[in-house]
Design a binder for this molecule. Structure first.
Ligand code: AMP
Ligand code: MG
Length: 337
């Protein structure tokens, strides 16, 4: 199959919608990362997403809508708190989990009785959903396990020959996937995956719990609320290691442990020698993280050291993705190597 890449326009959105309406899959831009979209109601279209990505069947997909009226038919119940949160944070990088209706096939929900729904703010994503008139199931448009794509070129690198069309909407502004949350009680939310809508932002509206799987490795065979959290994820071919140090101490440790194919993501600006600039601001780190991990692969890196990010705000999302990219390996500068 030849994969076409078209810049986003009204015409290309229509073309995408035509493919999607016939059970095809299309790479689409969103403000978080690029998605691999199919009609969320169409079991066989959704199965082809899993096949193109090589995604485990029990890892459910997020369903994307462009208007609030599209939500009620997809779910059996909408907690009042969900409406309050939607009013404040939709459209945006936030996904909420609801009991699913009969419209959602098992393939979309990974066999669960619930469905994850998000309303993206990206004008391109919204125009494509509008042109379809039906909700789109869309996981990140990378091969399963590899870093999420934040440009159309990243999608092409992973999906060339596997899908008919990619819509190029430029670089994703947020750069990490959406915040995923569920409602353990009437007046609280639990964050299953941190993202652009942060715990701090949500706590202005309600009580916020952070699921332990966000920052720790689930035990083998343990039941996790968000199935995606149990997989090694977001990783380049190179070995990623988080180094629990900052500034000069981090740079000295990296230099002492350098070698052929070793690079380091430093929060200082300027990338000399083994160092690449990861940025100081968590927002900037989120924006750059996946592109830097993909570049490491392109440069044939065997090992990537990363300066410990902040866990505040969107920093928690950066830390969560890095932990998985690093298979939970954190070294201190005093540790034996
Ligand atoms: P991705 O689409 O690749 O960004 O991954 C979607 C994330 O949302 C994964 O971590 C899933 O486990 C999570 N997710 C999707 N649907 C549900 C659901 N019904 N219950 C819990 N987590 C979900
Ligand atoms: Mg993903």
């Amino acid at each position: 199959m030849k994969t076409e890449v078209l810049p986003f326009s009204e015409d290309s959105a229509k073309k995408a919608a035509e493919i999607l309406a016939h059970g095809g899959i299309v790479g689409i831009p969103t403000e978080t990362v690029y998605g691999l979209a199919a009609d969320a109601r169409d079991e066989s279209a959704v199965r082809s997403i899993f096949a193109a990505k090589g995604r485990p069947q029990d890892n459910p997909l997020i369903v994307h809508i462009s208007r609030l009226e599209q939500l009620p038919p997809l779910v059996r119940e909408i907690p009042p708190l969900a409406l309050k949160i939607a009013e404040r944070f939709w459209a945006g990088p936030l996904t909420m989990i609801f009991p699913k209706s009969g419209l959602i096939p098992q393939a979309t929900s990974g066999g669960l009785d619930t469905v994850a729904v998000r309303m993206p703010s990206s004008p391109a994503a919204r125009a494509i959903i509008d042109a379809c008139g039906f909700p789109l199931a869309a996981p990140s448009a990378n091969l399963s396990g590899s870093p999420s794509p934040t440009t159309a070129q990243h999608v092409l690198n992973d999906m060339d020959g596997r899908i008919p069309l990619i819509i190029d909407g430029g670089e994703c502004s947020c750069g990490v996937e959406s915040t995923v949350l569920c409602f353990p009680t009437e007046d609280s939310v639990r964050i299953l995956r941190p993202g652009g809508v942060t715990a701090e932002m949500l706590s202005e509206l309600c009580r916020v719990e952070i699921d332990p799987a966000v920052t720790s490795e689930p035990e083998k065979g343990a039941k996790v609320l968000s199935p995606g959290m149990k997989y090694k994820h977001y990783s380049p071919k190179a070995d990623v290691l988080i180094v629990d140090a900052h500034g000069e101490e981090f740079r000295e440790w990296c230099e002492a442990h350098s070698g052929e194919g070793v690079i380091a993501l430093s929060q200082e600006s300027g990338g000399q020698g083994m160092f690449r600039s990861f940025g100081k601001d968590p927002q900037e780190q989120a924006h750059r993280l996946f592109a830097l991990l993909r570049e490491a692969d392109e440069q044939g890196a065997v090992r990537v050291y990363v300066e410990m990010p902040s866990k505040e705000g969107i920093g928690l999302a950066v830390y969560n993705r890095l932990l998985r990219a690093a298979a939970f390996r954190i070294v201190g500068t005093d540790d034996e190597q």
